[in-house]
Design a protein around this ligand. Structure first.
Ligand code: LHQ
Length: 268
């Protein structure tokens, strides 16, 4: 077993599987820049290495991923990052990850060990299959900080659960448990929390033993049928997220989260 560990993303090779672990458990694996770069590198590694035939994404500790680290983001805003900052952050970061995940012609399994929120949930939706612990939780979270679902969630979510349910999940940011997520079609499988690592490896091992080229071409065909303009959609999503990020309600939502108090939105 070969292991390389960079601070915020840990990658482990197990046979023909590449296990990628989000590794900032103290903040429920919220994304900082190092983690964004580390995940891009991990997917590149899977692209380059023909011996990798399945990728698993999972989280260290009690969370899967809580989305963008809002403390990091607030600090950047406070340091005077101006107009276009959110758009560029998305374009250079999460959008590249989603494009690479969908473009990787090998199966990607999200193994959801705990809460998945914000762009953490978006990345789980960009994976091919989702297997979750029975105590995992799901929330879009974006509306609570005055934003739109990004990282591809604005189209992956309606594709997976339908427009009505997607609207409800996105508008309310209600937390959904694993059973409900399964019923909605948000995830493929639910297993007892204690069994998640082994159930994930068993699924990934089975996928890695399949004809990888055929699976990859299946993914290419699905992308072509259902996500034909992925790059342009992601770009548009980033553009309207930039608009949302300039609202007073966005600033209030982020401040309220960091100050651990309820937000008061004014609709502006
Ligand atoms: C966090 C975070 C976090 C920092 C938990 N950041 N510390 C796009 C464009 C522009 C700008 C921003 O971002 C994006 C993409 C996005 O992903 S936007 C969405 C960002 N994510 C969220 O809004 C979710 C924020 N987190 C939460 O709502 C809750 O933490 C959830 C529901 C995930 C979990 O709740 P709990 O289980 O009650 O845990 P907790 O809130 O107590 O969190 C545990 C710790 O993790 C806590 O730190 P502390 O020092 O008090 O123990 C949190 O502050 C920290 N944390 N999420 N995103």
């Amino acid at each position: 077993m070969a292991q390389t560990a960079i601070q915020a993303i840990a990658t482990v090779r197990e046979g023909s599987m590449l296990i990628v672990t989000f590794n900032r458990p103290e903040v429920l694996n919220a994304f900082n820049d190092e983690m964004i770069a580390g995940l891009q590198d991990a997917i590149r590694q899977a692209e380059r290495d023909a011996a990798v035939r399945c990728v698993v994404l999972t989280g260290a500790g009690r969370g899967f991923c809580a989305g963008q680290d809002l403390g990091v983001f607030k600090a950047r805003e406070a340091a005077g990052a101006g107009e276009g900052m959110v758009r560029e952050h998305l374009r250079a970061g999460y959008n590249q990850i989603v494009l690479r995940m969908r473009g990787l012609e090998k199966p990607i399994v999200a193994s959801i060990n705990g809460i998945a929120a914000g762009v953490g949930l978006s990345l789980a939706l960009a994976a091919d299959l989702r297997i979750a612990a029975d105590n995992a939780l799901f929330t879009l979270g974006f509306s609570k900080i005055g934003l739109i679902p990004d990282g591809g969630a604005s189209f992956m979510l309606p594709l997976l659960v339908g427009l009505g349910r997607a609207s409800e999940l996105a508008f309310t940011s209600d937390r959904v448990d694993a059973q409900e997520a399964h019923r909605l079609g948000l995830i493929n499988r639910v297993v007892p929390a204690a069994d998640l690592p082994e159930a994930t490896l068993a699924l990934a091992r089975d996928l890695a033993a399949m004809p990888t080229r055929a699976l990859g071409l299946t993914k290419r065909a699905f992308n072509h049928a259902i996500l034909p303009d992925l790059a342009a959609w992601l770009d548009y999503e980033a553009h309207i997220q930039e608009t949302a990020s300039r609202t007073q309600d966005h600033r209030e939502g982020v401040a309220a989260f960091l100050e651990k108090r309820p937000a008061t939105f004014r609709g502006e």
